[in-house]
Design a protein around this ligand. Sequence first.
Ligand SMILES: [Zn+2]
Length: 354
Amino acid sequence: MNIFHSKQDILTDFPEISLSEQGDFFLKKEIGKQFEIIDFHTHIFESISSIVPSFLHNPINNDLETCFFDLSPYPEKIEYFCFESVFYRSWPHSFWSKKGLRTFFTLLGYPKVVKLLNSASIERLMIDMSKSSINGSVIHVIADKKNQNTRFTYDKIKSHPNIWLFGSIHPFSKNKEKTVDQFLNLGVKGFKINPHVWKIDFDHPENITLLKILAKTGLPILSCSGFPISPDIRKMPGYLKKMIYTQDLNKYEKVLDQLPAFPFIFAHGGLLQHKILIQLMKKFPHTFTDISTQTIGTIKNFLSEVGCHRLLFGSDYPFFNPVFPLIALLRATHHDEERATILSGNAKKLLNLP
Ligand SMILES: [Zn+2]
């Protein structure tokens, strides 16, 4: 494993990217302009404000200076950057260590991630997209219990024709059917399920009820899926372990068995459980996955096992810098036709675009 000590070190290994004044990485224009790129997995502050306690809400609309790479938990520190690992970072062996404690507080959002989220405005997303030649983005909402933030996000994005919205409904909320109708009237292009953030198992009866209601719309549903971090890290706090097991991919088969065949998208290529995901995708031919945070090796496995027509480019912006999944995808593929299919062709079909 290559250990990087500075952003300049990263630039040396990644000739595809350049470094901006604020310290973020962008795809070089001469590479980006060859493709039409749709980022199928992004967020802005309004769409994920539910994960930040309200007393820490302080959205900044025109923060164009802050370096998102420095604030993100991925990689958290330059020395942890690891392009060969899921999430492009290395993890501590135990939470009871200097690196472990540091990582624990970072995952809680302190001190940097809260600032990252508050700065993730629609204006900043548009500028960052343009710098990396990304033509369009799908923004995913993580619902609060009152289901308010799909509407708040819609108000921010409605004047942007190349931004599409996936709404979100909390499994424990009331009047789910009525909320679906309201969101369809806003023009949502699909729905997002968030087991680990909601701390609700994917196979929880209320989540299955919600999925059955959403499936009736025929629109795509994207769900977080797979272990984000290894449950084997020593001294992991119990609540964290419980949280990561909410989206254990072993829970998905029996749920999908109960649902009709609509486009179901596993986010992040199943994270650490990508091998289980490949088996699930073989069993359920109407499913897709976005390759955000995945390594070159895993993307190659997806290509040979399920093919390019069920893969989507996604980044999970602002948590991740989109250039790394972009480079992983470009390096894992050999033909421009295959690249175009994953970078935007499949997305256009799912979004019903010409
Ligand atoms: Zn996400």
